[in-house]
Design a protein around this ligand. Structure first.
Ligand code: NAY
Length: 290
């Protein structure tokens, strides 16, 4: 793919009730989202519960999704792990499997130095010929703008998944790093802001659950129909806030089930919703009005 742009769900990974990867549900989810008009997929990231899977399981998810997508949209594979050797192995596999780009959080848990993180990205990005999207996310420790700029100098580093709220830095990246340095806004609550601030696309959890809403938001902003974009964003924010009261990847999966797309269950330690909690979420969604 020349360009990876638009509304890109951070794809959920369906598991069955015994926590096994559910290939049939995965294939159905991919087709459902494509019918709803999404422009790409981001696999095995936070939303895809990537860190709860073994490398072998992650590889199977990638193979199944690439096989089901059949080149209809680009596929970005999150290959992040704490160990460089593990990430490189996942990246090489993604390339062989036919992915269009790879992405990774920085190594976390031990609070690595900037130099160690730089080295991680250099080792990983140069291990394949795929474009590498670095990942700026609070869960793994946010980068400052200057560090993003420094990372952008590594061969194959092509852009950033920017899950921070300082959207003025998206402009700055475009101005100082270059127009072709891709920036993907990662806060679903601020999709409109991200697109207005020149993000090339939006990657997030709730685009698996509300694909049509966010595709509409994206189109309205592009057409400068801001009133309608604002109206839809506001509804989306209310839905997201109601969902964040529980382990929200589980909420996304049950909400998809209500819409006829049974997306299975989450893996422990995330908790699936009890029947009562499901009713509570339903009730809170029903209260959401324009
Ligand atoms: C991923 O799966 O790696 C992501 O897309 C990250 C982006 C999401 N942030 C996290 C921490 O998962 O979509 C956002 C986020 O879920 C949403 O904005 C709700 O707060």
């Amino acid at each position: 793919y020349e360009e990876i742009k638009g509304v890109i769900p951070a794809l959920i990974t369906p598991f069955d009730h015994e926590e096994n990867f559910d290939e049939m549900r995965m294939r159905k989810t991919v087709n459902w989202l494509l019918e709803e008009g999404v422009h790409g997929f981001y696999l095995t990231g936070s939303t895809g519960e990537g860190f709860l899977m073994t490398p072998e399981e992650r590889k199977v998810v990638v193979e199944v999704v690439v096989d089901e997508v059949k080149g209809r949209v680009p596929v970005i594979v999150h290959v992040g792990a704490i160990g460089t050797k593990i990430s490189i192995d996942l990246a090489k596999h993604a390339e062989k499997a036919g992915a269009d780009a790879v992405s990774s959080v920085p190594p976390f848990y031990w609070r690595f130095s900037d130099d160690a993180i730089f080295q991680y990205y250099e080792d990983l990005a140069t291990a394949t010929s795929l474009p590498m999207i670095i990942y700026n996310v609070p869960l793994a420790g946010l980068f400052g703008f200057d560090f993003i700029k420094r990372l952008s100098g590594i061969p194959h580093v092509h852009g950033v998944k920017y899950t921070a709220y300082t959207h003025q830095d998206i402009h700055k990246a475009k101005a100082q790093i270059g127009k072709d340095f891709m920036v993907y806004s990662g806060a679903d609550e601020m999709a409109v802001s991200g697109i207005l601030n020149e993000a090339d696309g939006i990657i997030g959890s709730f685009y698996s659950m509300l694909p049509d809403v966010f595709v509409n938001i994206y189109d309205h902003v592009k057409k400068e129909e801001f009133k309608e974009a604002q109206r839809l964003q506001k509804i989306a924010v209310d839905i997201i806030e109601a969902s964040l009261k529980f382990d929200y990847y589980a909420v996304i999966k049950v909400a998809m089930k209500w819409m006829g797309m049974d997306a299975g269950y989450v893996r422990r330690p995330f908790r699936n919703l009890t029947a009562e909690q499901e009713e509570a979420v339903k009730a809170s969604y029903r209260e959401i009005r324009d």
